[in-house]
Design a protein around this ligand. Structure first.
Ligand code: IDP
Ligand code: MG
Length: 140
């Protein structure tokens, strides 16, 4: 059975460009409920840890530098079939390939600075949520 929760970050480019409010509105309008939220910034060390699965990829250094370049909004979201539903809402990794109306199509700059993160599995949603939030910071 698929889970009810996913994890997201509004990435530095989208925060910097003033899209935080519009993106949160898109998320909530699509039926997600925010159960945890934090305005924060990743150190390069923390960004490297978060994206450790990509450490062999050619873009890893660029990704870590970019993700620690400014504030982000981290959140845990709740909806039926949350992971898959949210990946659909954000669109493809490359905003030029993302469908019309998706968050990345509307707000992303490039394949690296692509506005938003969404967990790719229930397992990773749980791991990524715990990376940012303690149990006391997650509400029902
Ligand atoms: P996803 O965020 O759609 O799941 P992943 O393949 O998991 O995409 O990549 C993680 C993040 O790494 C992307 O969201 C993007 O910020 C960055 N990234 C992915 N592919 C490239 C690339 O080819 N060049 C630069 N950055 C990339
Ligand atoms: Mg991914």
């Amino acid at each position: 059975m698929s889970g009810k929760r996913t994890f997201t970050m509004i990435k530095p480019d989208a925060v910097q460009n003033g899209h935080t409010g519009a993106i949160l509105n898109d998320i909530i309008t699509d039926g997600f409920r925010v159960v945890a939220m934090k305005y924060t910034r990743l150190t390069p060390e923390k960004a490297g840890e978060f994206y450790a699965v990509h450490r062999e990829r050619p873009f890893y250094r660029e990704l870590v530098e970019y993700m620690s370049s400014g504030p982000i909004v981290a959140a845990i979201l709740e909806k039926e079939n949350a992971v898959e539903s949210f990946r659909k809402l954000i669109g493809a990794t490359d905003p030029q390939k993302a469908e019309e109306g998706t968050i990345r199509r509307k707000y992303a700059q490039s394949i690296a600075a692509n506005a938003i993160h969404g967990s790719d599995s229930d397992e990773n949603a749980a791991i990524e949520s715990a990376f940012f939030f303690s149990k006391l910071e997650i509400f029902e």
